[in-house]
Ligand binder design. Structure first.
Ligand code: SF4
Length: 370
């Protein structure tokens, strides 16, 4: 960390957007996701190709496993707090799907105990939200239920056993150094996360695993890797790898996302009228006047609409490049661009809703391990 720079604390339970990704990479010893990294990845997905995944930890062990066809796993957890998800979760699901398609043994767990300890949500409500909405949503976004192992934290005795074993391997000062503060709820939630991440190796055999996350979840990854090393002699755990995606920016262009300002974000699902209104009012990289826009061009690097195209709405790279260069040259105007974004987002949302309904029918046939 450069002299005079303040330390960044990442809060996995907070709602923040990181402004300076390079600083985060340097401070936490993450590995940047470079062109060289990309060259080694078979069939990289949109988020990888566009460096929306911007860093990783130990991805090479996963790439080696993929290349040599050795077993590895990919895992993520559902926080079943409401019947909505945000676009960051969509990216997690897309990355989980990528690794599933590459042969990962896939785990999808419902963090019902964590929801109880950090958000006061009852197990009953978590179960309802997970079964009626979250699991169908993950399937609608591409997860193959037949290739996925599902469980609820509260029903998985091995996760609880592992949590008890690991609880005396971490001190209060280590916890404080990673999370910035300590409270009983946070300690329980963090140890549950660690136990979930290591569970496939605890019940099965040691093997590499990859956890796709937003950068806000890195404290859990660091704690897990630390505890995996501390208990390696007993359990042989392989510290998990992780890939980290950037955040989807707030619609007002700020780096702070606030639940109290629903106009600044779009969730899944969302009604067509509010999609139109929110995208129409979104911050762009357009100039003050049409004349200036035509003469100087826009600034797609600062444009929330362009970021939505890049992260979520446009799959073909040539199509995205065309928008970029037309914006830069002044050939494109923001009004037309917003109409295009609204059209693509509405199409995506209606497709999502259709697949969600279909996925709901699969829930009774899913097998939840205990
Ligand atoms: Fe953004 Fe499109 Fe305007 Fe360019 S023309 S600044 S990409 S909205």
């Amino acid at each position: 960390m450069a002299k005079g720079e303040s330390k960044v604390f990442i809060d996995p339970w907070g709602a923040i957007l990181i402004e300076d990704y390079i600083r985060v990479i340097n401070q936490f010893g993450l590995e940047p996701f470079t062109d060289e990294t990309l060259k080694k990845i078979p069939n990289p997905n949109r988020l990888m190709r566009r460096k929306i995944i911007f860093c990783h930890r130990d991805l090479n062990i996963i790439l080696d496993a993929m290349k040599s066809k050795k077993p590895f796993y990919a895992l993520t957890g559902i926080m079943p707090s409401a019947q909505k998800i945000h676009f960051g979760t969509k990216m997690v699901v897309e990355n989980l799907k990528y690794f599933q398609d590459q042969g990962a043994i896939t785990y999808l767990l419902v963090a019902d105990l964590e929801a109880a300890s950090t958000r006061g949500i009852s197990l009953k409500e978590s179960r309802k939200n997970a079964l009626e909405f979250h699991i169908p949503a993950y399937i609608a976004l591409g997860i193959d239920p037949e290739k996925t192992t599902f469980y609820f934290q509260s029903e998985n005795k091995d996760v609880m056993r592992l949590m008890c074993i690991l609880s005396n391997k971490v001190t209060e000062s280590e916890f404080r150094a990673i999370y910035g503060s300590v409270s009983p709820g946070k300690v329980i939630a963090a140890l549950l996360d660690v136990s979930d991440i290591l569970f496939p190796q605890f019940r099965g055999k040691p093997m590499p695993g990859v956890i796709p996350v937003g950068i806000d979840q890195d404290p859990h990854i660091r704690l897990t890797r630390d505890l995996a090393r501390k208990t390696k002699r007993v359990f042989g755990f392989v510290p998990p790898a992780a890939v980290y995606h950037k955040f989807t920016p707030s619609l007002d262009g700020s780096f702070k996302m606030s639940k109290s300002k629903p106009e600044t974000y779009i969730e899944l699902p969302e009604e067509p009228e509010s999609i139109s209104r929110k995208l129409w009012n979104a911050f762009t990289g357009g100039r003050e006047t049409l004349e200036k826009q035509k003469r100087l061009g826009g600034v797609p690097e600062k444009c929330v609409i362009f970021e939505f195209f890049k992260q979520h709405l446009i799959e073909k790279d040539e199509e995205l490049d065309k928008i970029y260069f037309e914006c830069k040259s002044g050939a494109l105007i923001c009004g037309d661009c917003k109409h295009h974004a609204i059209e693509l987002m509405s199409k995506f949302m209606s497709e999502f809703n259709r697949k969600l309904e279909k996925a709901r029918d699969l829930i009774p046939s899913l097998n939840f391990i205990k």
